[in-house]
Every structure is written in C-alpha cells, then in structure tokens.
Ligand binder design. Structure first.
Ligand code: NAD
Ligand code: FE2
Length: 401
C-alpha cells in the first residue's frame, strides 16, 4: 500500500426508512426554491415521482419535472433535458430521482445549467469541469450504480456506439438521500442487474492497481486501491453477497433492500476513488453493441475478469472468497483466489442472470473489436491489476462465450 493518497466524498449522506421526508429540510439547507426534478417513466409508474412532487408542492417549492429519462441515456436526451429545464425557469437545485440513468442525467443537467455547452465538451479525460455544478440531491431507487456519491456520469454515444463516461470530482452530488422503501417495487430483473453492477464496482475497486494519477493541476482521481476504498469495498462485497439473492427473491424484504442500498453506496464511494477496471472497460463497447443493461454486462464479465486477474491478486481474491462466506480452510492461496470467481458465477445463477456473452447477443466476430475498443479506455485499463493486451482481452472474452 502506498504512503500518500487522497479520498474524495459526497459531503452529506442521509439514510433511513422514510428518509425521503427529509427532502424539505435538505432543500432549505441549500436555500433552494426553484427545483428541477429529473426522473423516468418507470419511477412515475411506480408512484415514486408523485410522492416526491407532492412532498415538494406541499412545502411550496416551484417544481419542474423532466420525466423522460431512458435507461442507458443517450447524449441527445441529456441535451433535451437541459434545454427543457432552461426553457422553464432559473433552477436553484436539481433532484435526480431514480436509478443510475436518472441520477446521471441530473448530473449532466446540473453541469450544463451551471456552465452551458455540450455534454461531450466535458468528455475525454478527467477533470474537464471548471468548478462546482448546480446543487444536486441524488435519490437512488435502485441499489447498484452508487451514482448518488460518485464522480461519474455515463451517457451512450450513439454515433460511435460506445458508452461515454464523464469523470470529475465536481460531479459528486451535494447530498445523497437514501430511503430503502423507495427500492421495494424494483422488479427482480432490475434488482439483479443493478445489484451485480454494485458488486462489480466493489470487486474492481478492491483489486484496482495501486498507482497514483495526478493531473497537472494536482486534482487526483482514480488512484487505484487505497486503505479507505479497500475497507469500503470489502464490506460492500459482504453485504451484496449476503443480501442480493434475498432482494431479488423477496422484493419487499426491507432489511435486504436496505443492506443492498448501503452495499451499493459503499461500492460507489470505493470505486469513485480507486477506479474500476477490465470488467467495466470491456462492458463499455459491449454496451454500445447490445441493449443489455450495464449491470448485466459487467456482472457477466466479472467472474472471467476475476479469473484473468487471480494470479496477480491472489491474496485479495482469497479475501473476496471469504467475504462470500466460502469455506476456505485447507485451500491453497490459488484455490482460494479461484473460489472467488466461482462464487460470483454461482451468484449469477442464483439471481437468474446470464453468464455467457452468446446469451446477450454478442457474436464471436465481435470479439477483436470489443477488445480493441476496451483497450482504448486508458483510465480503466491501467487500473486492471494484470496488464491487458489485445490477445489477453480476446482470450478473456472467448472464455466468457
Ligand atoms: N454514475 C455512475 O457512477 C454509474 C456507475 C455505474 C453505472 N452507471 C450507469 O447507470 C445506468 C444504469 O442505472 P441503473 O442500473 O440504476 O438502472 P436505470 O436507472 O437504467 O433503471 C432501470 C429501470 O428500472 C426502473 N426503476 C428504477 N427504480 C425503480 C423502482 N424503485 N421501482 C420500479 N422501477 C424502477 C427505471 O424506471 C428503469 O426503467 C447505466 O447508464 C450505467 O452506465 C452510472
Ligand atoms: Fe458499473
């Protein structure tokens, strides 16, 4: 472990059953009156958006709602959301209500409301944002992305068939408001996809290569594994391994839902400092080719990436196996490490997610270009503990076929 590092975090995290009722006092602390609510049709249909809108109207806020976010949102819809907000009022605060898609769209809206321009002006390298974005409250209704605390917003660049991540510490929401009751109605499939995404964040952050990345202006982002991210990631792995099958199979189990929300929060705090690695690098080009949710793709890749990395991260992989509750007594270090990827494969089966690329519509012919595009995502590739090559990535992808 290195001697110097920095850890960045959202300033305020509010958690609790019924915590949504605290929205008024949070907005008062931000001195906001004109509020933009960014959400999606699924959240409207689940009755969650109405609950938040009535809460805000009863407390006399001026509320404008953009409820057209689509899953894995394209760049064009981020522009539409911003143009809509600009045409309605001078916004004082933005609320992102939903899964990663709605929260990420709210982040881009908060960025453009403050600085204008085009979302892709801020893409291509970290730290492109000049200063704090407009005040943003993130309220997750999935337990997965951790976007409520992360420095990342992901859009789909439909022109180049790739997902585009903007990373900057200024993108961390001002307040994260977590209420497990809001995740009760989340369908089993979305629970599984978003939950396995959180596991991928935790595993990739925990095993992220230990390096220090300092931009010219000294702003540090994605430093590889740190003592704080290690502690958060390992606890996240435990919580997710124990609670994800329960949350999928018994949707109204509030305790399992709450533990998943905390697990994805901790994983988000970890990966937005340590970084993610090969599973996310490979998931981006795959996400541009097929319609599968981000979590389904990263989760499918995760056990194969863990196997690929196991020889160089044997001790940490062994700790992951222990966090999964695998009986490791008597196993060699290598066997313990491999038990970790097997545990993830078992979890995928238990929660009903695919474990082969052919199941999500990827063709063998796609493999070379997926590997090539993934290798271009330098910030993720350099974070992977085992140095990936074109040949190595192609073999990894073939093993996942
Ligand atoms: N910003 C980050 O740090 C980060 C990290 C990982 C992934 N992502 C991005 O986040 C997006 C995925 O987010 P996600 O997995 O949270 O899913 P999502 O936001 O795309 O939502 C998936 C579906 O679930 C529905 N839904 C959400 N909550 C619900 C609820 N409580 N009840 C009923 N329906 C509900 C939504 O309406 C939507 O149709 C992807 O674009 C991914 O790339 C962002
Ligand atoms: Fe992810």
């Amino acid at each position: 472990m290195r001697n110097s590092w920095e850890f960045f975090s959202t300033k305020r995290i509010v958690y609790g059953k019924g915590a949504i009722e605290q929205l008024d006092s949070i907005l008062k602390s931000l001195k906001a009156k004109n509020v933009l609510l960014v959400t999606d049709p699924g959240i409207v249909n689940a009755g969650i958006a109405d609950r938040v809108i009535s809460l805000l109207r009863n407390a006399d806020y001026n509320v404008v709602t953009y409820d057209k976010v689509v899953p894995e949102p394209p760049v064009s819809s981020a522009i539409e959301c911003y143009e809509f907000a600009k045409s309605q009022m001078e916004t004082d605060a933005i609320i992102g209500l939903g899964g990663g898609s709605s929260i990420d769209m709210a982040k881009i809206a908060a960025l453009l409301i403050k600085y204008g321009g085009h979302p892709l002006d801020y893409y291509g390298g970290e730290n492109q944002i000049p200063g704090p974005i407009a005040p943003l409250i993130a309220i997750p209704t999935t337990a997965g992305t951790g976007s409520e605390v992360t420095s990342v917003a992901v859009l789909t660049d439909t022109e180049n068939n790739i997902k585009a991540g903007i990373s900057d510490n200024y993108l961390r929401p001002e307040v994260a408001l977590l209420d497990p009751e809001l995740t009760i109605g989340l369908p089993a499939y979305v629970t599984a996809c978003s939950g396995i995404d959180a596991l991928s964040h935790a595993v990739e952050a925990y095993t992220a290569k230990n390096f220090q990345y300092i931009q010219a202006e000294g702003n540090i982002l994605f430093q590889g594994a740190l003592p704080i991210s290690d502690a958060l990631a390992l606890e996240a792995i435990k919580l997710i391994a124990e609670n994800l099958p329960l949350a999928v199979q018994q949707g109204s189990n509030v305790e399992a839902r709450g533990n998943m929300l905390i697990g994805s929060l901790l994983a988000g705090m970890a990966f937005s400092n340590a970084g993610t690695a090969a599973a996310h690098a490979l998931a981006y080009p795959i996400g541009g080719l097929v319609k599968s949710p981000h979590g389904e793709v990263t989760g499918l890749l995760l056990p194969y990436v863990m196997k690929f990395n196991s020889a160089v991260e044997m001790e940490k992989m062994g700790k992951i196996a222990e966090a999964f509750g695998v009986q490791v007594d008597g196993l060699s270090a290598k066997e313990k490490a491999l038990a970790a990827s097997d545990a993830v494969l078992e979890l995928l089966a238990e929660i009903g997610l695919p474990a082969h690329l052919s199941q999500i519509g990827i063709k063998e012919d796609d493999i070379p270009s997926i590997a090539e595009k993934a290798l271009e995502i330098a910030r993720l590739v350099r974070n992977n503990p085992r140095v990936p090559t074109q040949k190595g990535f192609e073999e990894l992808l073939r093993s996942a076929f």
